[in-house]
Design a protein around this ligand. Sequence first.
Ligand code: MN
Length: 257
Amino acid sequence: MAKAKQSKTAKPKSSKPTAAKPGTAKPLFTVPATLVPVAGSGELFQVRRIYCVGRNYAAHAREMGADPTREPPFFFQKPTDAIQVVPAGKIADHPYPSLTKNYHYEVELVAALKSGGKNIPAAKALDHVFGYAVGLDMTRRDLQKGMGEEKKPWEIGKAFDRGAPIGPIHPAAKTGHFVKGAISLAVNGVVKQQSDLAHMTWNVAEQIEKLSAAFELKAGDLVYTGTPENVGPVVLGDVILCKIAGLPDLSIRIVQG
Ligand code: MN
């Protein structure tokens, strides 16, 4: 105690701030990188940002009470660490999040970028796509709608912890680009969502064009490309099974949060 008192009143050796020499400062702590396995390799895809497109299938736009004409796409983001990696062939436990009483699934194709830029034309956009995965844009629908009605940001409905389950990323070099193909979601074996990627209002290339006009895209960015119609709620114990033709199934079980 006496020592501490003494140091408190001791004259500082120098009035200059004791900043570290340039290049020698160390981080206080390490923030874990968000990594998604690349299928068929020992490689990992490091996630930089997660972009999501809203109302990108006409029938889903209608069920959300929006005009399904080809209005410009709009985007929102989820935090990088909202990712929940779901291994192929496994049913991953997914905790029911806090604050909601109406927790919804949205099955989506995810495009993973290996490079980026600004103002990328649609004709060049797919050159930036490393690969694709099955994803879920999980949504606290009651919070999203409540905030929307009050004209407040509905981030709380979308950008929560583990709100972005994703399967392994499959390189486009092997799968080709996904412009059509069946996409579906079942709950406890009952099919709820069923459509085709060709029904997207804005395809992946067009989404990248529009996104890159608003943000500089970079390697590590993910784009959740929108969900078809018939989104709906899940409760504890439900098992969600997502399918996109050409990719392995993604499955989660809703467990106590
Ligand atoms: Mn969505």
